[in-house]
Design a protein around this ligand. Sequence first.
Ligand SMILES: [Zn+2]
Ligand SMILES: [Zn+2]
Length: 235
Amino acid sequence: MNRKEKQKSHLDLIEVLSKNDCPVCLLLSQDEFDLLCEWVGESGPEDGATEKRERLLDSNGFCNYHFWVFSKICGMYGNAVMSIDQIGKILNIPGFNGKGNNVIALLKEHFQNVRCPVCADIKEMESAYLEELISLLNEEENKIKYAQGDGLCLPHLMLLSEKKQSGPLFQFLIERGCVQMEKIKADAVNLGSKRHPPLSWEQTKNEKRSGSRAIKKLIGRQGHNSSALWRQHDK
Ligand SMILES: [Zn+2]
Ligand SMILES: [Zn+2]
């Protein structure tokens, strides 16, 4: 991340610190959309083999999640062009002629080697945001803002612990994390108790969003790749 990008991520993070949402997930959702739009912008048949399309080919395509998100924001012609690239690559695998017994083995090898470029870029941005957050939270006024919002989702709190897992700042994040979960839980309980009129008219915005806020807190934004985290606990 260069200086300009760093400055932008610094400002962006300050802006979302107090939201009822994970600040890192919030910024990554926008980044993810922007990244996919860059591929959409190069999906015209006339664009040919651009650097980005070559990168996608070398990566054996997007992961399942990003391919589907891409398909939703791309028109039918763009989807056809990008999918043809990938199908063409599979058909051109040496030995892949539809007759040999090794077709399935070649397919498995192909899909085991998918290195989704969006996942890769998001991973880098995620790491940079977490570093930036650690430095931002050294300032008291940012701590106050952070304490007002829902704070980091649990997957991001666990990821952050890989960078910093001791000291007063980490302690602050853990303590706030518990308070923030209590707050979401209380909003969800209130929502249930205000199910019917006339109490239902008094439901607050945060109470109405308590279910989605709770899910976000637990598993992060849609598409968050936390499988690596969970897998560690399977062992
Ligand atoms: Zn998050
Ligand atoms: Zn992906």
